[in-house]
Design a protein around this ligand. Structure first.
Ligand SMILES: Cc1cc2nc3c(=O)[nH]c(=O)nc-3n(C[C@H](O)[C@H](O)[C@H](O)COP(=O)(O)OP(=O)(O)OC[C@H]3O[C@@H](n4cnc5c(N)ncnc54)[C@H](O)[C@@H]3O)c2cc1C
Length: 508
């Protein structure tokens, strides 16, 4: 009897754990009760990341202030993919600051964001000096000549004249340009033949890193060319959330609702020309316009958010744009064990003999000291390797990465008289691919097929959806809509601002 009961419980457990749960699966109430209890409002902003917050700032300022507005954020903090983490370390009594998401003020020094960061005196001084290593995965020195291949090929493939033939229909993919030019460029660099395959793989992974893609052939060559702005490496000295706190200060507190996931959007109703927006706890709003700033990953994963379904013209576009996965793995010690400076370690895989369960490590190409901590390092991991890593328990990730560090830094350890890399006192890894409010990381990217289908710019994605009353009720926001700065904070902010102005005009 007891055995039967236990087995029943186990079956129930298996059944529930197999069905993916999402906080929005169950919402109390019915359409009628939500309609009855709804608060009338001009605008609902869905999502409190850089884009949604910039829109709110625009609504709250300028000539035509919009007062009847609320921002609904699913999580317990504002910033979304800008997420500064402060951890107190018991062993040292210090608090360290790390970034799960955005870290650098990219885009060059002429962007509004850079100017704002300067005005706020928010940027960290760049006084770092580095211990630079080029190592093979077994610890032997690698030739730095191979390293130049990346910059060299990037420069070529970002040149309009060179990349244009790659997107004359059919779009052949950004990676094809690198593939075609690798051999010749490698030869010119006079880098060792024995490392050629390893630098090829490095190069491929670094391009994947920029987008979070599984393969560099998945990135439309045209979309890659559209992206503008230098990868500036300026950092916020007190965390990226300095920016979020600054924007938030200009917004009335009562208009920002945390822990308020939007779970239902009824955008075309018989009884009203407005949109019914319902949050997880059944709170509802009847809005003239809804600005949706959730990630493209979330939109793809949760189409049931909308009733009726979104028009097929829009859902088709969603099939052509994707959100890549990139994660960070961070480790810290009380002092740097590799030298007395910040670590800059580039590694290449000259030997690929990992057991299947450790193959995710092939996605690691470098370790760099982070923020203002010479004793902390970070590795990026992207695409399919990031997804493999996310499925592993944290302890396994930690022990695998330590094993890799011990191997790749074996010569340095010997020189320092260390038998092994000391046990870290800080460890953190992100899991953006599995994140239930993001489903991906930085760059939304257009596939080659997507570009051929008409996504030559991001404009089609920005086209708002009209209801049966011919009202533009669903307005889109978020980084994915920026043709030139997708996947970046400044791009997300610019889109938020533009869309808020659009809504102001619609309300006028
Ligand atoms: C690992 C990583 C590193 C990065 N590095 C950089 C960098 O160095 N420099 C740079 O410029 N950019 C970087 N980025 C990219 C940058 O963070 C994003 O492009 C930008 O923050 C996106 O802002 P957003 O407002 O468009 O989207 P998000 O920040 O994703 O905001 C969307 C918000 O919507 C919320 N949401 C989702 N679903 C719902 C729902 N149903 N109801 C209510 N709310 C919902 C989410 O919780 C989130 O807060 C990085 C990102 C990652 C992940």
């Amino acid at each position: 009897m007891l055995t039967k009961f236990v087995s029943l419980l186990w079956s129930l457990f298996m059944l529930t754990s197999c069905v993916a749960q999402h906080p929005c699966d169950i919402v109390p109430g019915t359409f009628d009760s939500w309609m009855q209890g709804a608060t009338s409002i001009d605008v609902v902003v869905v999502g409190g990341g850089a884009s949604g917050l910039s829109a709110m700032k625009q609504f709250q300022g300028g000539k035509r202030k919009v007062n009847s507005v609320v921002l609904l954020e699913a999580q317990d903090y504002l910033g979304g993919r800008v997420k500064t983490v402060r951890t107190s370390i018991e062993a040292t009594g210090k608090t360290v600051l790390t970034e799960d998401g955005a870290e650098w003020v990219h885009g060059g020094r002429t962007t509004d964001l850079y100017r704002l960061a300067k005005k706020l005196n928010g940027l960290a001084p760049d006084t770092k000096t580095w211990n630079i290593f080029f190592n093979r995965n077994n610890g032997a020195k690698a030739s730095p000549l191979g390293y130049n291949i990346r910059r060299n090929l990037m420069k070529q493939c970002e040149t309009k004249k060179i990349i244009t033939p790659y997107f004359q229909k059919p779009d052949k993919g950004f990676g094809q340009c690198f593939i075609d030019r690798f051999d010749q460029t490698y030869k010119k660099l006079k880098a060792p033949a024995a490392e050629k395959e390893a630098w090829y793989f490095y190069n491929e992974q670094m391009v994947n890193k920029d987008q979070g893609t599984d393969t560099w052939l998945n990135i439309s060559a045209r979309d890659a060319l559209n992206f503008r702005g230098a990868d500036q490496w300026d950092q916020w000295k007190n965390g990226y959330d300095t920016l979020i706190n600054y924007i938030t200060k200009s917004i009335e507190n009562s208009k920002l609702k945390l822990n308020s996931p939007v779970c239902r959007i009824h955008w075309d109703n018989e009884s009203t020309d407005r949109v019914l927006v319902v949050t997880k706890d059944g709170t509802s709003y009847l809005a003239k316009h809804v600005l949706i700033t959730v990630s493209i990953g979330y939109l793809k994963e949760h189409r049931e958010l909308f009733t009726p379904e979104l028009p097929t013209t829009y859902t088709k576009l969603l099939e052509d744009v994707h959100l890549g996965v990139a994660d960070k793995i961070q480790l810290g010690w009380d002092k740097p064990w590799w030298g007395n400076k910040y670590l800059d370690l580039t590694m290449i895989w000259t030997e690929k003999n990992l057991p299947a369960e450790q193959e995710w490590l092939y996605g690691i190409m470098e370790f760099l000291s982070i923020h203002q901590y010479p004793e902390m390092i970070q590795a990026f991991i992207t695409g399919k390797y990031a997804k493999l890593m996310e499925d592993l328990p944290e302890e396994t990730v930690k022990s695998d990465i330590m094993q890799l560090l011990n191997s790749v830094m074996s010569k340095t350890l010997q020189k320092k008289g260390l038998s092994a890399v000391p046990e870290p006192i800080f460890f953190r890894r992100t899991t953006w691919g599995l994140h239930e409010w993001s489903y991906g990381s930085y760059n939304s990217y257009v596939s080659p097929v997507g570009a051929d289908n008409g996504l030559k710019t991001r404009q089609p994605l920005a086209k708002s959806v009209k209801n049966s009353y011919n009202k533009q009720v669903l307005i889109w926001g978020g980084e994915a809509l920026s043709t030139t700065r997708y996947g970046a904070v400044d791009g997300a902010m610019a889109v938020g601002k533009t869309m808020a102005i659009k809504i102001k005009n619609l309300l006028a």
